[in-house]
Design a protein around this ligand. Structure first.
Ligand SMILES: CC(C)(COP(=O)([O-])OP(=O)([O-])OC[C@H]1O[C@@H](n2cnc3c(N)ncnc32)[C@H](O)[C@@H]1OP(=O)([O-])[O-])[C@@H](O)C(=O)NCCC(=O)NCCSC(=O)C[C@@](C)(O)CC(=O)[O-]
Ligand SMILES: NC(=O)C1=CN([C@@H]2O[C@H](COP(=O)(O)OP(=O)(O)OC[C@H]3O[C@@H](n4cnc5c(N)ncnc54)[C@H](OP(=O)(O)O)[C@@H]3O)[C@@H](O)[C@H]2O)C=CC1
Length: 675
């Protein structure tokens, strides 16, 4: 029987502990505000016999939660009474119970577990404690995720921010001022033709009589006054200024020009017509220009009934042609079907404990859903998009590896997951004071190294694509038969790869297609290691057709963040209609994964056909070896070197003096003669 108590119905410690477990439960289910909400209050004031009606009267989600809540109702009733009879607790406890700071809720539970409820003033102590928690958690500034990483609590200190802003404003004003009184005479090497001239000028400025002293120049630079490019060169050469300070002093374009002069780069690496604002503090440091890589396009590739054109940046001739051939065959076959069947980016910190027993404790602690929920909450507080899916915990001696697996929306997610992990680990460090954090990445993630765990469990987007080619298509486009391709595939992709001990490599050249699309679309190129893991199957169907599938469990890709923000790379993503964030987070990345898998299938079938037909070398000699006379001077040098070496060898052979008597010929003596 339930009833509202004016006196605590129960001061039983266990009941209270149970009640606060309930509050944790509410927080975890996102329904923390239930406290104080009509259905909950109704529960406190009704008889059990009417509870069922009240449950029915509430909306479905609340109903679910309140059903869970039923076993805890006596304890809730007790707390209600306590709150009523204690004004301080009444003021504070709703905040505690409705708090989004679940950590405080956990603290409350801990407090109650350790509290001595036999003491007279235990309610007073609890009140005092509640106020303290309220001050620490409720009044704390909420964390707001920002676009970039590394923006932790310091950034919320408004006083220090405003003083920085004031300083910056002053510097800018000073810069403007100094511009007026001292016209800029720095080197200007924005145009290749002016490069040599700019260097000369820089030299002159460095050595000019009456040039300002280094101390003066340094002083101006350090106080944010304008210095010339020539002066910056002097500071750089003396090691006073660092190359990375250039952007701050000059702006992006001029900084790059100065750096190019410093490295004496000449005009070999292009740098013009590029918007460096997307690069700075995002994609590269110490920038001197960019490396152009040719981009080809294949398609239309019919993926899930939608024709797409796929950009591929590569320097391997014949690759685009080959993939194009595959796309053509796929189109004739009615298209490739491609499905993302799982996703989750991973990061696995490693921690140590004084002994294995404590390591096991952490694993057991993580296995408790409530605890996992708090860790998840901490993780997700760092991003608007990251959703922790699970933490896989393994113990190794006194070490624990925690593999966090998270949905990361349209981002590839490595920064995001690392940031979330970092927050969760900070929380765990408070829970386990004897735990020592060894490394945020314990290599159990596994990023950028070939690893069976990725191959088996997947990482990033896990995708499978398939297509069936009729005998006629195989004959027309690939000039061979389904059986020949299937047989070759068994021998090469299965037996050959297995004998070689390939990890994730039962494919022909998935890495070729993956890397070309990665470079074109601004993915992290080093992640080709796992992303190209692919199981390719080619079998003859009962109808004599060729069934081809590619399964790629670890496509580590994104359409926001990283290099995808650079305008050319973004254009490539736009070509496939999956640039930037999708309306439903994650949909663009999913689409890109499906397209990549389809393109890999096109490349796989075409290369297998070329191998069956023994076309590989001929096609590569035609499309993959330059016909230009590329190294004439080098070849001449090599020939001269060889000639000189031969002459030297010839000279070193001792010449016989014709006047010397001929040496007596040594007779060969057979062994048998001696014996
Ligand atoms: C080169 C082909 C395609 C010729 O193959 P083909 O059958 O003589 O070509 P085709 O002239 O009959 O044309 C068929 C279709 O191919 C495409 N195509 C054909 N040529 C071009 C071109 N120039 N530019 C663009 N597309 C081209 C195009 O779609 C064309 O249709 P069409 O446009 O005429 O209606 C073929 O010989 C081939 O695929 N060779 C294999 C090349 C290859 O796959 N290289 C990948 C690199 S190999 C490697 O790095 C990995 C490796 C091999 O070491 C891995 C391992 O161990 O296996
Ligand atoms: N740190 C590391 O250990 C490693 C980093 N990298 C590098 O990490 C970079 C990629 O990290 P990643 O986390 O993908 O990218 P970012 O660091 O650029 O983070 C993605 C940003 O996009 C925001 N965002 C906006 N819309 C969406 C959306 N629809 N879905 C997802 N996010 C959205 C996120 O918001 P919000 O802030 O709310 O999350 C976040 O700020 C690459 O440069 C890569 O080379 C690679 C390997 C390891």
């Amino acid at each position: 029987m339930l009833r509202v108590c004016k006196e605590p119905a129960s001061t039983n410690k266990n009941d209270l502990v149970a009640f606060f477990s309930l509050s944790i439960l509410f927080v975890l289910t996102g329904n923390a505000l239930l406290w104080g909400s009509p259905p909950f209050e109704r529960f406190l004031g009704i008889e059990e016999s009417r509870a069922a009606d009240a449950v029915q009267a509430t909306p479905p989600f609340t109903r679910r939660v309140t059903r869970w809540a039923r076993p805890f109702l006596p304890a809730a009733s007790a707390l209600y009474a306590l709150v009523e009879s204690s004004p301080a607790a009444a003021a504070v406890s709703p905040h505690i119970i409705t708090m989004t700071k679940v950590r405080a809720s956990i603290e409350l539970r801990k407090y109650l577990e350790n509290a001595d409820l036999t003491e007279d003033d235990w309610i007073g102590a609890l009140e005092y404690w509640l106020v303290d928690v309220w001050v620490r958690y409720y009044l704390r500034e909420p964390r707001t995720p920002k676009f970039s990483v590394g923006d932790e609590e310091e950034a919320t200190d408004s006083s220090s921010t405003s003083s920085v802003i004031t300083e910056i404003t002053e510097v800018v004003e000073e810069k403007e001022e100094s511009k007026e009184i001292r016209p800029e005479v720095g080197i200007q090497c924005n145009l290749d033709a002016e490069f040599a001239e700019a260097q000369q000028l820089a030299k002159k400025q460095e050595l000019a009589p009456g040039a300002r002293t280094l101390d003066d120049v340094e002083g101006d630079w350090r106080t944010g006054r304008r210095i010339t490019a020539g002066e910056s060169m002097r500071l750089l050469k003396q090691g006073i200024m660092k190359l990375r300070d250039l952007e701050g002093a000059f702006g992006n374009d001029e900084a790059i020009s100065i750096r190019r002069t410093f490295y004496n780069l000449g005009s070999g690496i292009p740098f013009k017509d590029y918007d460096y604002k997307y690069v700075v503090e995002s994609c590269c440091e110490n920038v001197v220009g960019y490396i152009p890589v040719p981009v080809g396009v294949v398609g239309p590739l019919l993926v899930n009934h939608v024709p797409v054109f796929v950009p591929m940046a590569t320097t391997e001739g014949a690759l685009v042609a080959s993939t194009m051939r595959g796309c053509k065959a796929i189109e004739m076959a009615g298209g490739v079907k491609s499905y993302v069947y799982d996703n989750g980016m991973t990061r696995a910190p490693v921690v140590s404990f004084p002994c294995a027993g404590e390591a096991v404790c952490l694993k057991r602690w993580m296995d408790i859903p409530e605890n996992y929920g708090v860790v998840k909450r901490e993780f997700e507080s760092t991003s608007r998009f990251a959703q922790l899916k699970r933490v896989e915990v393994i113990v190794d001696g006194c070490l624990v590896f925690l593999r966090f697996v998270a949905f990361t929306g349209d981002a590839m997610g490595m920064n995001m997951v690392s940031k979330g992990c970092s927050a969760s680990m900070r929380f765990l460090a408070e829970e386990f004071p004897r735990m020592k954090m060894l490394s945020l990445s314990g290599n159990y993630c596994v990023d950028k190294k070939p690893a069976a765990i990725n191959w088996i469990n997947g990482r990033g987007q896990s995708v499978v694509a398939e297509c069936v080619f009729s005998d006629a298509i195989v004959k027309k486009i690939f000039k061979t038969s389904p059986k020949e391709i299937a047989d070759a595939s068994t021998v090469k992709l299965q037996i050959g790869s297995s004998r070689a001990g390939c990890l994730g490599g039962s494919n022909a050249h998935s890495a070729n297609i993956v890397s070309a699309i990665f470079i074109a679309t601004g993915q992290d190129a080093a992640q080709v290691v796992s992303s190209s893991m692919c199981s390719t199957q080619m079998n003859v169907t009962e109808e004599g057709q060729l069934y081809v599938s590619v399964t790629m469990p670890c496509l580590e890709i994104g359409t926001v963040g990283g290099g995808t923000i650079l305008p050319p790379q973004k254009t490539c993503l736009k070509l496939m209609d999956c640039a930037g964030p999708a309306t439903v987070p994650g949909e663009h990345t999913k689409k890109l994964a499906e397209i990549i898998a389809g393109t890999v299938l096109a490349g796989e079938i075409s290369l297998m056909a070329a191998l069956v037909n023994d076309d590989l070398v001929s096609s590569h000699m035609k499309l993959n070896r330059s016909k230009l006379d590329l190294y004439p001077a080098e070849e001449e040098k090599t020939r001269t070197k060889q000639r000189m070496l031969l002459e030297k060898l010839a000279n070193d052979i001792p010449q016989r003096d014709p006047s010397e008597p001929k040496q007596k010929r040594i007779e060969r003596v057979e062994c048998s003669n001696i014996l």
